[in-house]
Design a protein around this ligand. Structure first.
Ligand code: GDP
Ligand code: CO
Length: 422
């Protein structure tokens, strides 16, 4: 991949937010002897070997809820072979057992590709019991099962990535129409980790365009209403604390993102539509050195948190499920900024006025805070791994099909057929 070096970055304490990086070539060829694209050049080349090296240490979490099997399969087709795929499904099991159909389709796919895929159901009681045993109760509902939601699925997936010993964890939605786009996202995650390496690194994708039909022809829109809002207010937040107006943040709503597993374990998560925007807010709360008190603040300030933003080339097209939730998305994202201790009074007022202008909030009404899950590093991992493994064995090894690795990926690649019998 050939990719622009970040031209600028904003620094707040240990957090570095790099400017958007443009992709010049999706495939820039293998390692060559020539010294092309050194650290100081404007455009950097990441060889296919270097990408591959990162991919083999990455897990890709694919959250699923009631998607068409053809779409899920297309997404799997796009994920590079060496990534461990973790499908976290919250599809209904009755009256039709959709999850069973997904498992079957995925197993079939694995038979041809020999890809490593872990398929789990969000409501698997074994996983819920493991969360409980490990002392992480917040994620469980009143039936003692993991709550509904994509964020909850992502949290589960991240933990399974850790359990499988993967160093990086990335996310791609299961309703993407283009396998080529999925493939590109994962390559860009790898390129971002290569170019801006750190134990605490995050890569976020900004879509180049989103095709829409306008007056009977295709129009390639760049920014949705919701991302425009999140970016604008996040930039105001950053600008307030640096004292300089900025447009650095372009990925306030990036569903497509990846991070080091260590970072994934150390951050809090918001739920619903707020999860991606909250990444920025929380990273600044925890690592920017602005807040002086509060849980976790000031920890690990010696680690550099690097946020890369990469502009993808494929158009992004996913299943259309109606546009009615845009207002909710905006409110949820802004709520994480509004309720942060970092948010100055003036910005709070601006957010209120914005939401009132769009009739989302009435005069005197308050923006509801989002549910926040505390970081996973406070749970007892050994207990989680031991309980889930034991429960799955006792149940005859139904859904969780990857062996527990301690710190490194297992050198032996289990084929799906073998692991299913474990
Ligand atoms: P949008 O793209 O933001 O409009 O949201 P989608 O409805 O497409 O959801 C994003 C992704 O999350 C899709 O792949 C969904 O299948 C998946 N998803 C939605 N809800 C849940 C859930 O409760 N659990 C899991 N595991 N995945 C979910
Ligand atoms: Co979608």
């Amino acid at each position: 991949m050939r990719i622009e070096s970040p031209r600028e970055f904003e620094r707040l304490g240990a957090v570095r937010i790099y400017g958007l990086q443009k992709v010049y070539e999706l495939d820039a060829g293998p390692e060559s002897g020539s010294p092309e694209g050194g650290e100081d050049s404007v455009v950097r080349r990441v060889s296919s070997e270097a990408l591959h090296e990162i991919e083999s240490q990455m897990a890709i979490v694919v959250p699923v809820r009631n998607e068409r099997l053809k779409l899920i399969e297309g997404v799997l087709v796009g994920i590079p072979h060496d990534c461990l795929v973790i499908v976290v499904s919250n599809s209904p099991r009755a009256p039709v057992d959709k999850f069973f159909l997904e498992q079957e389709a995925i197993n079939n796919f694995c038979r041809f590709t020999r890809k490593q895929v872990m398929v789990v159901h969000q409501k698997d009681p074994a996983i819920a019991a493991a969360f409980s045993a490990a002392g992480y109760h917040d994620i469980l509902d009143d039936k003692e099962l993991v709550r509904n939601g994509k964020a909850e699925g992502m949290i589960m997936g991240s933990l399974l990535a850790k359990m499988a010993g993967r160093k990086y964890v990335g996310f791609v939605d299961s309703d993407n129409y283009f396998p080529g786009a999925v493939n590109e996202y994962v390559k860009e995650y790898a390129a971002g980790f290569c170019l801006n390496p750190s134990d605490y690194a995050m890569v976020r994708i900004s879509w180049h365009s989103k095709p829409k039909v306008v007056e009977n022809s295709l129009y390639f829109a760049k920014w949705g209403r919701s991302s425009r809002h999140s970016n604008m207010f996040l930039n105001k937040l950053v600008g307030h604390h640096t004292g300089f107006e900025t447009e650095i943040v372009k990925t306030g709503n990036a569903g497509e993102h990846a991070l080091t597993t260590d970072l994934a374990m150390s951050i809090d998560y918001a739920t619903g539509y707020a999860v991606e925007t909250f990444h920025y807010v929380h990273l600044l709360e925890k690592y920017a050195g602005i807040l002086t008190e509060g849980e976790g603040v000031g920890e690990d300030m010696h680690r550099m948190v690097k946020i890369s933003q990469i502009e993808s080339r494929n158009p992004h097209l996913h299943e259309v499920k109606g546009d009615e939730h845009v207002e909710d998305m905006i409110a949820a994202s802004l709520s994480t900024i509004y309720h942060s201790k970092l948010c100055p009074e003036s910005l709070r007022e601006e957010i209120e006025q914005d939401l009132q202008r769009r009739n989302y909030l009435k005069e005197g009404e308050q923006l509801a805070p989002m549910r926040i899950y505390k970081s996973l590093d406070r749970m007892n991992y050994d207990q989680f791994f031991a309980t889930s493994e034991a429960a799955i064995r006792a149940a005859g090894g139904t859904s969780l099909t990857v062996p527990v690795a301690s710190s490194k990926p297992s050198p032996v690649e289990p084929t799906p057929a073998e692991t299913a019998e474990d």
